[in-house]
Design a protein around this ligand. Structure first.
Ligand code: GLP
Length: 247
């Protein structure tokens, strides 16, 4: 894994937004995998800024988001879909039909998961997958477990993850759905290139275990060690516990 350390989360976000703009210029049909959470918010803000300045064009790009809460319709303001509309989709020129999302309101979970896997395949696979990192090492909603599910699936959320997502639910962890749909680790690892973002001191311990520890389903992010083109982009606070950061 390549580790890149930036002075601040803003510097990291600016660099990644420019990198995405460059990749879109080289390949307008780029297929992007996108995360939610607090970490990518400055990245989305930068992308919106670049769009307003006419420096990035999403018109032929496709996006696939990683995950969605089960039981929430896309229009529900607490859904990840609504989050993405708010922070990115409403402000850039993505074609709505090329915005791909798991439907949390599905009546047939297995079918919805299969549909998503097929849609990724039909799009030619994900060129660049951006990831965040859960405090407990989860990516997407692949929670720490004895074993991981490879493909898109429905998963039970850990209490810590429900607490971490409480902000979308009026700060009430109890109101966060107990289940979610998520790309699996294999779905994620099939992306041609992966950039995982982690910022802030609260992620430092988890980042260290992910990079320097063993590959284990107890820390799903550690599976990125198996990918030939995975990069970990950190701010200094998140890199603080690493032995040999590639500064
Ligand atoms: C959520 C999402 C993850 C995200 C993680 C980290 O649980 N399902 O995809 O990476 O939170 O969130 P944050 O960036 O707010 O720390």
């Amino acid at each position: 894994m390549t580790v890149r350390v930036f002075g601040t989360a803003d510097a990291l976000s600016r660099a990644l937004a420019l990198e995405i703009a460059r990749r879109l210029a080289a390949n307008p049909r780029l297929v992007l995998g996108l995360p939610t959470g607090r970490t990518p918010i400055p990245l989305y803000r930068e992308l919106v800024r670049l769009r307003r300045a006419g420096r990035v064009d999403f018109s032929r790009a496709t996006t696939f988001n990683l995950d969605e809460f089960l039981g929430l319709a896309p229009r529900d303001p607490r859904s990840y879909r609504a989050f993405m509309q708010r922070y990115l989709f409403d402000h850039v020129n993505l074609a709505p039909r090329r915005i791909q999302f798991l439907n949390g309101a599905t009546r047939d979970v297995d079918r919805e998961c299969r549909r998503y896997e097929r849609a990724i395949e039909r799009a030619g696979g994900i060129d660049l997958q951006i990831l965040g990192l859960g405090m407990n090492g989860h990516v997407g909603f692949n929670e720490p477990a004895r074993a991981l599910v490879a493909r898109t699936h429905c998963t039970a959320l850990k209490p810590a993850t429900r607490r971490a997502n409480a902000a979308l639910f009026g700060n009430r962890a109890g109101a966060v759905p107990r289940q979610a749909l998520s790309m699996g680790m294999a779905t994620i690892l099939h992306a041609r290139r992966i950039v995982l973002l982690a910022t802030g001191a609260t992620k430092a311990r988890c980042v260290q275990r992910m990079i320097e520890g063993p590959v284990t389903p107890r820390l799903p992010g550690s599976f990125l060690q198996l990918h030939r083109c995975a990069e970990i982009w950190l701010d200094q606070a998140a890199a603080a516990k690493l032995e040999l950061p590639d500064a």
